[in-house]
Design a protein around this ligand. Structure first.
Ligand SMILES: Cc1ncc(COP(=O)(O)O)c(C=O)c1O
Length: 478
């Protein structure tokens, strides 16, 4: 919140009034924990002493209370004081929900990403410079009013979008008629629907270690177990799949064969065939997460598992987030019709379908060729950015780390040679306005790794960030 620095009202009073207002409105209800003093100081851009003065004053008014070791909590609201009623303690409800909270580091990342001073070196999102803002605006302006429906859509999503997706998937060798495609609000929703629609508590998900999936709680929140499998520069190793299928209950495999998140690994065709053949033999279903497929930088990736699958073993997940717009929230699942119908039914129960406007815009992007044209532009830009980050690594990290050069996607999986506590490194980098994604978010034992992204920061920012990171690593290593 911007404070009025020229105002005659002292800063601590402005902060005090801001917090008091939140409490009075019930936004920070009785029992709610206030952000830490450090977080408040960084939010308001003031010294900690200013925050302490504001908090002391709120405590004197009986609105908040500091608890030893438990932070500061709201103890009452003026409304409930006036009404002489005890307010609901939402805290117990907040803790009771079935969904696990995000890891604290992820929560911090999610907030810090919106701090304009911060250089985002870990982010899995395209830089605003790489988004087709002008062309997209033109396209939306020209949308045909005849196609725009402001009502609910069919359970599987707008037909014209599924038809456009069906044609698009065909160019990647996937034969999927519109009836076996479900439109979803991003690939993350695809994973959510699969976890709630196809798997029961106690089932097991086989996945590479590290994996993107460790950083979100879609499956764990519903009581699923993760079985981490070894992976190398060619991605997931298929050797243990058969034994795992036999050993565990309700098993499904999750894999990102093209430009893995976080390692950037690309699975070669031979391993894809091996994987598919073991899974077919063992009747082990596969979730193929292919959201980075179109972002190849050196050569197109080998065929997707789905395009080689003739027995309906693969649920294929795609998205527009990494190529066109993450905010559009449009993704898709391709699979056997019975599965798609089940997932569509659950989607109807949860949100009655993705936004009609977003679906129409997405279909137009595919129909007019904007999507394909923009994918080529993004590939070119990412190629330059990847090369730049690799050069920076040679300049600043040649003696401090090792890495493989990814042939697509957003990420370089940097292994640091000195052993540094990942939390300390993360905090120190953030104090220097550099946001990184430590490897532990993707595998608890990957303590030496960082997922660096060349998709978001500008070339100049990348240089500043890598310079600062080098200094921090050297300092913490000594
Ligand atoms: C591998 C992978 N799958 C799924 C997602 C979620 O993407 P979406 O924005 O389509 O929900 C991401 C985003 O980072 C990802 O990296």
């Amino acid at each position: 919140m911007p404070l009025k620095r020229q105002s005659a009202i002292p800063l601590y009073r402005q902060i005090q009034d801001y917090i008091a207002e939140k409490i009075k409105n019930g936004e920070w209800a009785s029992g709610a924990k206030l952000p830490s003093q450090r977080a408040l100081a960084s939010f308001f851009h003031v010294n900690r002493s200013t925050i302490i003065t504001a908090l002391e004053s709120l405590a004197a008014q009986g609105l908040i209370e500091g608890r030893h070791g438990g932070g500061t909590r709201v103890i009452n609201s003026t409304w409930s004081l006036m009404a002489q009623k005890k307010a609901t303690d939402w805290g117990t409800y907040v803790e009771a929900g079935r969904y696990k909270p995000n890891l604290p580091m992820i929560q911090k990342i999610n907030l810090a990403e919106f701090n304009p001073r911060v250089i985002r070196m870990g982010t899995g999102e395209l830089s605003p410079e790489l988004l087709p803002s002008e062309k997209f605006t033109e396209l939306v302006k020209a949308l045909s009013p005849n196609l725009l429906s402001l009502g609910y859509q069919e359970p599987k999503g707008a037909l014209h979008l599924r038809e456009a997706l069906s044609r698009h998937l065909k160019t990647d060798g996937i034969n999927a008629s519109p009836s076996s495609i479900l439109v979803v609000s991003g690939a993350l929703q695809a994973l959510q629907l699969i976890s709630s629609g196809l798997l029961d508590r106690g089932s097991s998900l086989l996945l590479a270690k590290p994996s993107y999936l460790y950083s979100v709680h879609v499956f764990q929140s519903l009581g699923m177990r993760f079985i981490g499998l070894p992976s190398d520069h060619e991605g997931l190793q298929p050797e243990r799949l058969a034994a795992c299928k036999r050993k565990y209950h309700g098993v499904i495999l999750y894999t990102i064969p093209s430009f893995d998140n976080p390692t950037g690994a690309l699975m070669p065709e031979k391993r894809r065939q091996q994987l598919l053949s073991v899974c077919q033999q063992e009747q082990l279903p596969i979730i193929e997460d292919d959201v980075y497929r179109e972002l190849w930088l050196d050569a197109p990736p080998p065929p997707s598992l789905k395009s080689m699958d003739h027995s309906g073993n693969v649920l294929y997940v795609g998205s527009m987030s990494k190529v066109l717009s993450a905010g559009l929230r449009i993704g898709w699942i391709v699979g056997p019709e019975a599965v798609i119908e089940r997932l569509a039914d659950i989607k109807m129960q949860s949100d009655y379908g993705s936004s009609s406007l977003a679906q129409l815009a997405a279909a137009e992007c595919l129909r007019t060729g904007l999507y394909q044209e923009h994918a080529a532009f993004v590939r070119k830009q990412l190629r330059m950015r990847r090369n730049h980050l690799v050069d920076l690594l040679h300049t600043y990290f040649a003696d401090l780390g090792q890495w493989q050069i990814p042939s697509g996607g957003f990420y370089i999986w940097l292994e640091l040679l000195p052993a540094i506590d990942p939390k300390l490194l993360f905090e120190a980098a953030l104090r220097h306005d550099v946001l990184i994604n430590p490897g532990v978010l993707y595998d608890r034992s990957a303590r030496r790794y960082l997922r660096l992204s060349y998709a978001y920061a500008s070339l100049q920012e990348m240089e500043q960030a890598m310079q600062r990171l080098r200094n921090i690593v050297v300092e913490l290593a000594n």
